[in-house]
Design a protein. Structure first.
Length: 670
């Protein structure tokens, strides 16, 4: 029996067959809204189809003008749209996969003033108060869904996915939170579900029996006045009767104050909820959220929690995910680490998505690695942090002979420190991936090798990726034994004192605060108030976070809100976690001195002593580039990348991208 037998098992849908149990979940990449985006999008999907996935769901397309996510948002509602969509369906079918179009009406999440919803209640994450839909508008919207589905069929799609979760229009009809109507479309659960059922009925009538209809159902709303689980079950049964082929699951509205996909969320954290619903159904159901490796997917399927698994971001990270699982090479998978930095954080800024660990994602036609003709060119890469790893691997992929030098005993640089932060354990997967791939592409790796100028003779090109080191502010008392940089702290792990001050509240300061405030007492579900008994509306109970076991102060000099460093989709999780645990935030401080009493600061016009027994410096970084000047003076040309190039606003996304671009631009004869 193959190791991932369940994943690779075909799924017979009666009128059609999926070649395996893996669905690539819907992702809005930003290409959908771009002028020349569809050619790029076709290549993006083609790579994933080639990579073995059974069924692809497109990003969300609105069935009409009003339902677009933003003024220039994607819409699929007329014959004029057919041609560009045919590019997508052909590209996917050519590689033996199937593709369905997602129909998404944003409702009150639309970022434009024409937004509509069952009731005129503004979402806490939206600037626009929606219009309350009239009866005729509701009926017209149902027809629009059906017309778009029929067009999708014409464009060659194998089906449609109706977006009924995450708090979009259909979900807004389903819940009392957003539906206060007293007509046919509101009031009791039957009426609130009418819109969803009528959409499915109308689509089935238009497309006939042999067309996949997936309904994405919100199993856990995770908002107040969300659906009770009994309502979720009754809706699922009615959808089944109305002719839905597959039920996909959705977890949490966008406005939910519970993390559902970030790296802090345990792997497969919500598959139990899919399993609860599955017991009531005869049609196949799909599990999703934080499934990123084959063993996780296999376990969900083998234990009968679901019939298929959906992964979205993991296919940004690695288009070949399924083929690698089929080849029983999980270590070759470039794993999605759930950081959201290059995908969701960019999409929310209306930029094209990509992936921190795979800069080629959504840039398949632009970020191309061309093979070189000869194999004599030798490249030295100094430093095996994210920038150096990326440069070395991608140069080797092109055919260069590469030597990678690292002064420490292991790969990863600062990323190696990041993976020791609770909730960032996934970051270790990136280092594992690079280790595996460097080996596969015959990169010579020299660990424990602090490079000097002399080591670098005989190479045709030299890439300096020596990264960063922690900044030590000039402050009286800095040399005391209880003051350490975050790097020394993470490497040495001294026993934690009962009071800790953290100097600097950028990404690293917040991470260190998360680490020192962690307790064993609360599990993920208790800490965030997720009702596993499924007896509360929206599956939400009061969060019960455990307070930190020590006094912790997080300090920064800037006034205003703290912990703004990490991205939009994850920053709030960090801030809430620290609030839950009682970490004291002190913006706008001026550091005065450190002595036996603690850290003295000026705060709100007064001098105060923070009685911290331990002080951890997270005050940014400085470039390590001491090799550059001597090499340049000797007339040797070098390329400097990552933190060695510029320490300000450095993150792994920039480091990996710069490593990639440098490797892609290398010439055989410099
Ligand atoms: P580095 O990671 O500093 O790597 C440089 C490497 O060069 C090191 O391994 C070093 O030992 C080696 N080196 C130096 N001199 C020599 C020499 N002479 N010879 C041989 N080798 C040498 N970024 C994110 O994007 N998202 C996050 O969530 C995130 N979290 C973080 C959490 C923590 C706790 C920390 C510390 C960092 C985090 N970062 C995060 C930042 C990210 O890790 C860095 O931006 C990234 O590692 C920088 O990559 P780099 O390759 O430029 O440098
Ligand atoms: P950073 O984000 O630049 O933060 C540095 C902190 O140090 C700031 O709070 C700054 O605030 C303070 N500081 C700067 N100079 C100082 C000085 N001389 N004395 C005292 N304080 C000083 O850097 P970082 O936290 O080290 O993070 C490095 C990179 O990794 C960042 O780009 C970050 O985005 C990335 N990262 C990301 C994540 C994530 O979850 N996405 C997590 C960790 C790291 P004041 O100047 O106001 O005091
Ligand atoms: Fe996953 Fe981060 Fe890549 Fe997004 S950017 S796909 S979360 S690894």
């Amino acid at each position: 029996m193959a190791r991932y037998d369940q994943i690779l098992r075909p799924l017979d849908l009666g009128f059609t067959r999926l070649k395996n149990r893996v669905l690539m979940g819907s992702m809005h990449t930003g290409l959908e809204d771009m002028r020349d985006g569809f050619t790029k999008l076709a290549q993006f999907y083609a790579e994933r189809a080639k990579g073995g996935v059974g069924l692809i769901v497109t990003g969300g397309f609105s069935p009409n003008f009003i339902g677009r996510l933003h003024p220039l948002g994607a819409q699929f509602s007329g014959r004029r749209h057919l041609k560009s969509h045919q590019l997508l369906t052909h590209a996917v079918h050519e590689h033996g996969a199937k593709i369905v179009l997602q129909l998404l009406h944003a409702g009150r999440y639309a970022m434009h003033p024409l937004a509509m919803s069952p009731s005129g209640i503004r979402s806490p994450i939206s600037r626009f108060t929606p219009f309350k839909m009239r009866d005729w508008q509701i009926r017209a919207t149902i027809s629009d869904f059906a017309r778009s589905a029929a067009l999708a069929q014409k464009a060659g799609y194998d089906g449609v996915e109706i977006m009924g979760s995450e708090g979009y229009l259909i979900n807004q009809f389903l819940c009392a939170r957003t539906n206060c109507r007293h007509d046919l479309w509101g009031g009791n659960a039957d009426n609130r579900q009418r819109f969803a059922i009528e959409i499915v009925n109308a689509i089935r009538q238009r497309v006939g029996k042999n067309f996949i209809i997936i309904f994405r159902i919100s199993v856990l709303d995770l908002v107040e006045q969300g659906s009770a689980f009994s309502e979720v079950v009754s809706l699922a049964k009615r959808l089944e009767q109305a002719g839905v082929t597959l039920l996909n699951t959705g977890i949490g509205w966008h406005e939910a104050k519970v993390p559902t996909i970030a790296t802090q969320v345990p792997r497969a954290a919500f598959s139990w909820a899919t399993a609860e619903l599955r017991q009531h159904l005869t049609i196949p159901i799909i599990a999703c959220n934080r499934i990123n490796m084959p063993n996780v997917a296999e376990q969900i399927l083998a234990s009968g929690e679901a019939d298929m698994v959906s992964m979205a971001r993991p296919f940004l990270a690695d288009p070949e995910w399924v083929n690698k699982a089929a080849a029983e090479q999980p270590d070759a998978i470039n794993t999605c680490i759930g950081c959201n930095q290059a995908c969701l954080d960019r999409v929310f800024k209306m930029k094209r998505a990509s992936c921190l660990v795979n800069p080629q994602a959504c840039y398949e036609t632009e970020r191309v690695l061309e093979k070189i003709a000869t194999t004599s060119a030798r490249i030295a890469v100094v430093g095996a942090g994210p920038a150096g790893l990326s440069a070395a691997l991608n140069a080797a992929r092109r055919g260069f002979k590469v030597t990678l030098f690292e002064k420490r005993g292991d790969l990863g640089g600062q990323f190696r420190l990041a993976m020791t932060i609770p909730g960032k354990e996934e970051f270790a997967e990136t280092i594992r991936y690079f280790r595996h791939q460097l080996d596969a592409f015959n990169v010579e790796v020299k660990l424990n090798h602090a490079v000097s100028e002399e080591d670098l003779s005989g190479y045709s090109q030299i890439i300096i990726a020596t990264g960063v080191q922690p900044r030590r502010p000039q402050l009286q008392g800095m040399d005391r034994a209880n003051v350490m940089t975050y790097q020394a702290f993470l490497e040495q792990r001294p026993p934690l004192a009962s009071s800790v001050a953290i100097v600097g509240a950028g990404g690293v300061g917040v991470d260190i605060a998360t680490l020192v405030s962690e307790t064993e007492a609360a599990d993920f579900y208790t800490e965030w108030g997720i009702d596993r008994s499924l007896t509360h509306e929206g599956a939400l109970t009061a969060p019960q976070p455990a307070k930190a076991a020590r006094a912790i102060w997080l300090l920064q000099r800037k006034p205003g809100a703290m912990g703004k460093g990490p991205g939009k989709t994850t920053g709030w999780i960090h801030r809430k976690t620290l609030q839950h645990r009682g970490v004291k935030m002190m913006p706008g401080v001026q550091y005065v001195a450190i002595d036996a009493q603690g850290l003295h600061v000026n705060y709100k016009g007064q001098t105060r002593c923070i009685p911290a027994e331990q002080i951890i410096l997270c005050s940014g970084q400085e470039s390590v580039n001491d090799l550059v000047a001597p090499l340049t003076q000797r007339g040797i040309s070098v390329q400097v990348i990552g933190g060695a190039d510029h320490a300000g606003e450095l993150d792994a996304q920039r480091a990996i991208l710069q490593g990639f671009e440098t490797a892609a631009a290398l010439t055989e004869c410099p």
